[in-house]
Design a binder for this molecule. Sequence first.
Ligand SMILES: Nc1ncnc2c1ncn2[C@@H]1O[C@H](COP(=O)(O)OP(=O)(O)OP(=O)(O)O)[C@@H](O)[C@H]1O
Ligand SMILES: [Mg+2]
Length: 602
Amino acid sequence: MVKTLLKSVKQYKKVSILTPLVMIGEAVMEIVIPFLMKFLIDEIYVMERSGEFSMYIVWYGLAMLACAAFALFCGIMGGRLASKASAGFAANLRYDMYDNIQTYSFANIDNFSTASLITRITTDVSNVQLAFQMCIRMLVRAPILFIMATIMSFVISPTIGGIFIAAALVLGIIVAAIMVKVAKPFRIMFKKYDNLNRVVQEDLTAIRVVKSYVREEHEMDKMRSATQEVYNYSVKAEKLLNYLTPVVQCVIYVAMILLLLVGGNMLIGESSVVEGNLVFGGLSTGDLTSLLQYMTQILTAVMLVAMCLQYISLSKGSMDRIAEVLEEKTTLPKTSTPVFEVKDGSIDFDGVFMSYRQKSDVNVLSNIDLHIKPGETLGIIGATGSGKSSLVSLIPRLYDVSAGCVKVGGVDVKQYDLDTLRSKVAMVLQKNVLFSGSISENLRWGDENATQEEIEEACRQACADEFIKQLPGGYDYDLGQGGVNVSGGQKQRLCIARALLRKPKIIIFDDSTSAVDTKTDAMIRQSLRTHAPEVTKIIIAQRVNSVEDADRIVVLDQGRIAGIGTHEELLAGNDIYREVYLSQMKGKADEEDGGEEDGTRN
Ligand SMILES: Nc1ncnc2c1ncn2[C@@H]1O[C@H](COP(=O)(O)OP(=O)(O)OP(=O)(O)O)[C@@H](O)[C@H]1O
Ligand SMILES: [Mg+2]
């Protein structure tokens, strides 16, 4: 998992390696400075006693200044490099995730919710970015600082070195205990963030439905409880984390008292002059000063390592979730010798079975045998949930069959280069989506090089040109996000025009004229018949009159073909079709009667 993530470091590999190296430079200087200070203090002491000025003081002072300047440089550089490396790593991660998401099939997309994908790309990557930055800055620097400061303390005084190790152990245990306790509420808090994102995303995308059903109060409650949960767990986690600084301070002070007690005693103990320095009980004043600094460094290093490990463990959940997105393999495997040409618009379903879940025995389509000729118009009718959308989704290979085979132009859809296949099979989806931008820009999704004439022609065929002309700005009219600025029926016609612009060999309308009035619906079908006679047309509809003039009509019932034939044939020989037809005719007659009655009364 870590390996998968680290692949995204890419061009930031150099900076990522350089950062810890620079940080080591800073750590070394931090060790050298107290050591120089020890000599400086001892030298001052000797100077005071002898009354003679020593040039060593100047040299030690200058050396300390140089070390401090170098440490400052390393610190600043390390910080800069770490930010660059971690921000670059995060950007690459986001890009790589997005790149892989683009290869997902519909089945892959079904595995992740949109909200969860958004959280993974945003919050989760930010968590990993922070952990990565902490690691490259601290995870090498802190242990090195710890080891070197301990060695130096032992060199100066083994007894005091021992005290430091004991203090570090105590601190390590306390900090580890806090970290372990804090990990659970933090982990839950991240999960609650997920929930919050889901609520926000769902509510905002469906804000119109929320308003029209007057569900604002209910949605506010949902939002309130989601925010409250995040609040509760962050307070819980932070409360524990707040103990950290005082505890570290406390251990530092206790260790300092011990150091001063033991060190002080050693100072007051019998004194001797070693190499010109006055040393009390084996410890000079300079020694004691530098030991104080080493002690702080050792204990801070323990805390930093613990914090780094904490960041890593906290971001583990995020890492897993990012790795899942990166490692998800498309369920539509590519063939090694793809076909790049769709010969014609013929479609063959040979013994097709389909299920949405892998290895599931619940089939949404069973034993479908259906052969459609190029240029044929095929209507599909059936109750909701009967498998109409599922059936046509197999043609542009949005999903794969579980058994059997779907052929387009005589070739198994699995043998095609996916882009080639999809460019020749245009599908007007049941849930249509337009994007922000002008009408022309949206239509060019069908063909980015389409001329204005071609766009207008496609709109004429889709009976969309008239309403477009009446809009302010015509084809430059801005659709707004998701195409909110046009009506449902207008949106459907724009989507049909967009599909026509692809100049497909097969065009599928999945309930695409449900929001268009019956007259315009008939006009669109008529214009397609005249302008695109060679294109195979599949029309899924709820209304019988949308398919009654088709060459053949398929009746689907619970994923099986329950009948196939012309309108007249089915009316004569298929019970389901007849029932649907009669119920719709009756509904229409009632409407007309109602209308007349109203008329007479007025
Ligand atoms: N993405 C999906 N994941 C799992 N099951 C699905 C998915 N899409 C559809 N189904 C299931 O497959 C069955 C057939 O659905 P399908 O969308 O093909 O019906 P339909 O005939 O197009 O219905 P409608 O007229 O309502 O559009 C249904 O039982 C549905 O619950
Ligand atoms: Mg459907």
